[in-house]
Ligand binder design. Sequence first.
Ligand SMILES: C[S@@+](CC[C@H](N)C(=O)[O-])C[C@H]1O[C@@H](n2cnc3c(N)ncnc32)[C@H](O)[C@@H]1O
Length: 190
Amino acid sequence: MGYNTFKNAVETAKNIMKAYVKTGQIALDCTVGNGNDTLLLSLLVGEKGKVYGFDIQSVAIERTRERLRNEGLEDRVILINDSHEHIDRYISEGIDFIVYNLGYLPKGSKEIRTNADSTLKSIKKALFLLKKNGLLLVTCYTGHEGGMEEWKALKEYLKGLDQNVYSVLEFNFINQKNNPPILYGIEKNS
Ligand SMILES: C[S@@+](CC[C@H](N)C(=O)[O-])C[C@H]1O[C@@H](n2cnc3c(N)ncnc32)[C@H](O)[C@@H]1O
């Protein structure tokens, strides 16, 4: 790994994803957006694996479906146009890898964004679905309206997780200006 390992939170998340996700695994993208993470995950899990993807915006789901179809990857991805706080309505199997990229759709409406309440509800359910040795990544943005509140609520919740069950790591770029995104990595130990 070179300099890009620590370029920013999104690149760091991507590098962790590439190092962790293996063929045949089951992954979950809780904020599909433009589909960048969903697409990468679908390549990493291979044809024997499976990816679930959630977004509240149909435009994000349809755009991502189109990208997957163009790459011949749609068969291994289940896209769901619903809030990620409802993941338990759609998924009952254990998940190896889960990713959240909070906030709003780039170039979309800033009004349609993740929020503290539904994010926490979703993360609690996601941690329940996460398999032993599974990994969950969350990228948080504090610069937009509601972002700081969401980050504080999330950090407070993660700080309280039992260390016998979860290892929680914060990747915070402390020498970057203008509210750089903060990444959390949570590993389930038992
Ligand atoms: C920063 S974008 C995600 C970018 C994406 N990871 C990518 O690779 O393009 C955040 C996305 O979260 C979605 N979102 C907001 N609230 C949500 C919720 N409650 N459940 C699911 N998705 C939500 C937004 O519609 C937006 O598309």
